[in-house]
Design a protein around this ligand. Structure first.
Ligand code: PRP
Ligand code: URA
Length: 213
């Protein structure tokens, strides 16, 4: 039996730190917010993809045959709608051959429970490495639900998670659920407030990219 575990990697990088400050700033307009979030996504994903397996291949240069490496298999990228879309371009640029699965989850504003509204995942995820994209890990309800949907379809574990901010409560919830996940984040913030928003956080990541909904 494989041991379940949650590993959290806080990726420290000066460009991430600078971009994070800009997205925290309430005066940053949506267009700049999206650009900075994408930059954070690229840098987090560079770290999160380090463990992808590669296989030796032959390649013919204009001069001669040589050897190189290729990804052993193509991963699956799963943005959680809406806010996860902010990392999708970064993920597709880095992994152009990946399949994309979509999970739509919105948080009930009164109970903070996740409400799924889209599930467009490949029928089988057996043997596939999955990258879940969501800038915000708050109570952990949305991420836990997304991970369960992937594991139900046979995804490899650990599920790799990329988020800009994580709350300690959210990380604890993923651990409590017994999920096997590796979380790459730019920051573990202080706590959640009474509305289950991350403190100090950056507000509503969906609204700040796409406008209030
Ligand atoms: C936000 C965010 C996460 C979720 C995190 O989505 O993008 O998916 O909240 O909260 P949790 O950890 O407490 O579940 P939201 O429900 O606001 O939807 P949106 O992305 O469409 O704005
Ligand atoms: N979802 C967000 O977009 N922001 C938070 O702080 C918490 C949940």
């Amino acid at each position: 039996m494989t041991a379940m575990s949650v590993q959290v990697h806080v990726v420290e990088h000066p460009l991430i730190a600078a971009a994070l400050t800009r997205i925290r700033d309430e005066s940053t307009p949506n267009t700049i917010f999206r650009q900075e979030l994408e930059r954070i996504g690229t840098l987090l994903l560079a770290e999160a993809t380090q463990s992808l397996a590669t296989t030796e291949v032959s390649v013919k240069t204009p001069i001669q045959m040589t050897s190189g490496r290729a990804l052993t298999s193509e991963p699956v990228i799963v943005p959680i709608l809406r806010a996860g879309l902010g990392f999708l371009q970064s993920a597709q640029t880095l992994m152009p051959g990946a399949d994309i699965g979509f999970v739509g989850i919105s948080r009930d504003e009164a109970t903070f429970q996740p409400k799924p509204y889209v599930n467009k995942l490949p029928e089988s995820l057996v043997g596939r490495t999955c990258f879940v994209l969501d800038p915000m890990l708050a109570t952990g309800g949305s991420l836990a639900l997304a991970c369960r949907l992937l594991i139900e379809r046979g995804a490899n574990t650990p599920i790799i998670v990329v988020c800009a901010l994580a709350a300690p409560e959210g990380i604890a919830a993923i651990e409590h659920e017994g999920l096997d996940a590796k979380i790459f984040t730019a920051s573990i913030d202080e706590c959640l407030n009474e509305n289950a928003y991350i403190v100090p956080g950056l507000g509503d990541a969906g609204d700040r990219q796409f406008g209030a909904a």
